[in-house]
Design a protein around this ligand. Structure first.
Ligand SMILES: NC(=O)c1ccc[n+]([C@@H]2O[C@H](COP(=O)([O-])OP(=O)(O)OC[C@H]3O[C@@H](n4cnc5c(N)ncnc54)[C@H](O)[C@@H]3O)[C@@H](O)[C@H]2O)c1
Ligand SMILES: O=C(O)C(=O)C[C@@H](O)[C@H](O)[C@H](O)COP(=O)(O)O
Ligand SMILES: [Zn+2]
Length: 363
């Protein structure tokens, strides 16, 4: 049995969660498409080849494009390599891209789709927890540069998202747990039932075999779908006491700065775990967040084995990196914080003393 979650975008699409979903792929690729590129990371070579072969059996001319694993894929060089393959294979505007892999593959693959001939059809098949609950949904695509995380990219929405839960069984444990950071994020910003389900059995929740895994995934995707359906291009700042898509950036201002400082060798979820504890401390220091909710961040993330502290001497580098965060306006840093559980808002240009105090709590 599969679950479908609709994303009410300009062209609405479904995120399907279940098993053996590949029968749905030709329909998502659509009529009139001749060529399909299946972009996959090195670690999923056999999956990429199998999907390509299936597509050939369905009558498409399919090519597998192998890219590096993890953040190495999100580079200008890999992007240019994909353009070369598409050009040599004669991809036209009526052809399509399928990205099969984790968030790095769907971010890169989506940017290839957004930029090739100014935009071709795109389908995501996320194979990591993080990809399913976050990266493959919502149309943010892009690459990193030496100056910062995701600094170059485009909004380019998929025609559909297929989350085959069986893929999670081969995922290394630290990658699964990294994805849980985004799940916990959804709990704090919008759906506290997620936190209850994780806290009930953190050891169990750290594996895909947990009896609430499908519910955790569906609830997190619903949070994402609601946010991007309402504010795809992240334009809503503060309106009527609520914020739009920026809420999904909870923990990411410091988290992305840590990723840059670590030269993109860390997993994204590990970095944003620290980033969430930091903004919880910032909100507490600013008198905005109650102690139990602030303390709950460290407790739940630590119980999953995620990091919650970082080197004290890194603060000057992190401050520099945060200046290029996409929420920054002119010289004013803007952080997503909580005014209470599931009440995200923006803290604009906090006093430097507050930032140092919050960093002191996590270093
Ligand atoms: N676009 C968005 O809205 C959005 C949202 C959240 C995160 N992201 C981005 O997603 C990226 C992180 O994604 P991730 O955590 O999925 O990491 P990832 O894509 O690097 O995947 C982690 C590792 O697992 C391997 N892998 C993937 N699926 C596997 C499977 N089923 N079995 C075994 N190995 C597998 C990959 O090759 C990689 O080495 C970051 O770059 C982050 O910025 C984007
Ligand atoms: O979808 C969003 O919006 C998010 O912010 C989700 C984040 O989890 C994700 O890491 C995203 O890639 C961050 O976007 P960025 O705009 O800060 O680069
Ligand atoms: Zn993220």
């Amino acid at each position: 049995m599969s679950t479908r979650i609709r994303v009410d975008a300009a062209s609405p699409y479904d995120v399907v969660i279940g098993n053996n979903l590949l029968d749905e792929l030709p329909g998502l690729i659509g009529e009139g498409v001749q060529r399909v590129a299946v972009i996959h990371p090195r670690a999923l070579r056999s999956t990429g080849d199998a999907i390509r072969d299936d597509l050939v059996s369905s009558g498409f001319t399919a090519h597998a494009i192998e890219i590096p694993d993890a953040e190495e894929a999100k580079s200008a060089e890999v992007l240019a390599y994909c353009w070369t393959v598409l050009g040599q294979a004669g991809f036209t505007r009526s052809d399509a891209i399928v990205a099969v892999g984790g968030g790095t593959t769907t971010d890169l693959g989506g940017f290839v789709a957004a930029t090739w001939l100014r935009g071709v059809r795109f389908v995501t098949i996320p194979t990591t927890l993080l990809g399913m609950v976050d990266a493959a949904v919502g149309g943010k695509t892009g690459i990193n540069t030496a100056e910062g995380k995701n600094l170059v990219g485009a909004f380019w929405e998929p025609a559909g998202v297929l989350c085959d839960l069986a893929a999670l069984e081969t995922l290394p444990r630290h990658d699964y747990v990294s994805g849980l950071a985004e799940v916990v994020k959804c709990g704090f910003i919008a759906d506290p039932v997620i936190l209850d389900l994780v806290e009930k059995d953190p050891a169990g929740a750290s594996t895909p075999a947990y009896d609430a895994t499908a519910e955790l995934i569906a609830r997190s995707i619903q949070v994402k779908a609601d946010s991007v359906g309402a504010d795809l291009r992240e334009r809503t700042t503060v309106a009527g006491g609520t914020i739009g898509r920026e809420a999904l950036n909870y923990g990411h201002t410091l988290g992305h700065a840590i990723e840059r400082t670590e030269r993109y060798k860390w997993r994204h979820g590990a970095a944003i775990s620290i980033g969430m504890v930091f903004v919880a401390e910032l909100a507490r220091a600013a008198g905005r967040l109650d102690d139990p909710t602030a303390d709950r961040h460290r407790a739940v993330l630590e119980s999953l084995g995620l990091p919650v502290s970082y080197r004290a001497d890194a603060w000057p580098h992190l401050q520099d990196a945060m200046k290029l965060d996409k929420k920054t306006r002119a010289d004013r840093l803007r952080f997503v914080i909580l005014d209470g559980l599931a009440k995200p808002t923006i803290l604009e240009a906090p006093d430097p003393g507050l930032l140092i105090a919050a960093y002191g709590e996590i270093s």
